[in-house]
Write a protein that binds this ligand. Structure first.
Ligand SMILES: *Cc1c(COP(=O)(O)O)cnc(C)c1O
Length: 467
């Protein structure tokens, strides 16, 4: 899928430690990693929350003026500083010229979404014509399935992964119901082997090989929201298409996290939200991809006026001239205020590039993994509380997130982390998700996280000695 780094993260950490003549867990290693990080200045493009402004903080445990240890960009990305400026530009325009804003200025409202979709091409690995920015993620998934899922008596199943995100699950379930299909028979869920947390690619491919003839659509996530597993998109796509299935991906946790080449991989369709790694703010403008090969054959099932070619859209003659491909799926005029926040973030991505971000991400998450294993690895019997990383350890099978499980109830651990200014999240059944994001997290953030993590677990041990 992607070339591995020349040196594995653990080897980099050990090499630096020996150069600095210190232990790999020493603060100096983190500082050196930051020094050598060519992307470190991008942190300055974002507002990083301060300890004192976080609701659950125990002020006796933190320095209130310090920045929080924010490791939750997988759930809600931080705010780029330019967002406010861009919003003000459009609000000013609206105040000063009203309706003339539709076709004036740097972001004419009628084409605001199109003005920034070019900034997505590197992130998605697709041409501008294959990308559309619209709606919310779940809405887009519905719209895509309405076009790509055309069940027949022989081919009627949708294949998805176990513990799919609830919204995706409900989408698939309700799409099946829309066609009058029995959901139990038509929803084919691939589950991990007994005693395993993540799926093996070979097991996914085997299901496709055996049952592919009855599968209409394969709809997987790219990176799984809970386990952090990065599925092998090209292999799943190839296997599915060889059996005549359409293959699509929900990229909520994938986009802006790993490098994507949707066009070259031949993926049929995909969709994503933009408030996670893409930092567009809650409810931000989502997106979708439809491969060029379908531009003239797969049509939107539900049509609105923004799917009509711009050149004749305002003739208002009710003679549909549908835009071929992804942009024909647009229904309404674009929400310009949502365009602004996404614009601010995508400009930063453009400067940083996905290639460089992914390179840093591998090292950043590798450093986190190294430290967790150092303190809590299976060969450390002194610990009362066992910590396990359920995210795959192979670099090609994960993005930046690590999911940790514990031998004690996670609520105890989570509370202690939260009080100390770590922003991460707990997810049922038993996981704490930690995601160092290469765009604004530093190696020093990871170092601080580990120090706090150690003291949080000590505290859990003391308070709940019997657990
Ligand atoms: C975050 C997320 C969603 C959220 O859907 P919205 O429509 O944006 O509310 C859906 N699916 C997955 C896999 C997600 O990670």
């Amino acid at each position: 899928m992607e070339p591995l780094p020349l040196e594995l993260p653990a080897d980099t950490v050990q090499r630096l430690a020996s150069e600095l003549k210190c232990h790999p867990t020493d603060e100096r290693v983190a500082l050196r990693l930051d020094e050598e990080d060519k992307l470190r200045h991008f942190r300055e493009y974002f507002y990083i929350p301060k300890m004192k402004d976080l609701p659950p903080i125990d002020l006796s445990l933190v320095d209130k003026d310090e920045s929080a240890i924010y490791l939750l960009g997988n759930s809600l990305g931080l705010q780029p500083k330019m967002v406010k400026t861009y919003l003000e530009e459009e609000l000013d325009k609206w105040a000063k010229m009203g309706v003339y804003g539709h076709d004036t200025g740097k972001r004419p409202w009628i084409t605001g979404d199109e003005k920034i979709s070019g900034l997505m091409t590197d992130i998605v690995g697709a041409s501008e014509k294959e990308i559309v920015l619209m709606n919310g993620l779940t809405v887009n998934l519905h719209l895509l399935l309405l076009s790509f899922f055309k069940p027949t008596p022989k081919r009627y199943k949708i294949l998805l992964e176990a513990k799919a995100f609830p919204s995706d699950y409900y989408t698939v379930e309700s799409q099946l119901q829309l066609h009058g299909l029995n959901t139990e028979k038509s929803m084919r869920i691939v589950t991990p082997r007994e005693g395993e947390e993540t799926l093996r690619t070979e097991d996914i491919l085997e299901v496709i090989e055996k049952e592919g003839d009855s599968i209409a659509v394969i709809m997987f996530s790219g990176v799984h929201f809970y386990t952090g597993q990065y599925f092998n998109i090209p292999a799943i796509t190839k296997a599915g298409q060889a059996k005549g299935c359409f293959v699509g991906f929900d990229l909520a946790h994938t986009i802006g996290n790993v490098e994507l080449h949707l066009h070259d991989w031949g993926v049929d369709f995909a969709c994503w939200c933009s408030y996670k790694y893409l930092n567009s703010g809650a409810g931000g403008l989502a997106g979708a991809f439809v491969h060029e090969k379908h531009a003239h054959t797969i049509k939107p099932a539900l049509v609105g006026w923004f799917g009509h070619e711009l050149s004749t859209r305002f003739k208002m003659d009710n003679k549909l001239q549908l835009i071929p491909g992804a942009n024909g799926f647009r229904i309404s005029n674009p929400p310009i205020l949502l365009v602004c926040s996404l614009h601010a973030s995508l400009e930063i991505f453009k400067k940083a590039t996905m290639k460089a971000l992914r390179r840093k991400s591998i090292l950043l998450t590798g450093y986190l993994e190294y430290l967790i294993k150092h303190y809590y690895g299976k060969d450390k019997p002194g610990n009362k509380i066992a910590v396990n990383i359920i995210t795959p350890s192979r670099i090609e099978e994960r993005g930046c997130q690590l999911t940790l499980t514990f031998s004690v109830p996670i609520k105890y651990v989570f509370q202690e982390l939260e009080k100390r200014g770590v922003v991460c999240d707990k997810r049922e059944p038993n996981g704490i998700r930690v995601a160092p994001v290469p765009l604004y997290n530093s190696f020093y953030d990871v170092y601080r996280f580990i120090s706090v993590f150690n003291s949080a677990l000590d505290s859990v041990e003391r308070k709940h000695a019997s657990v």
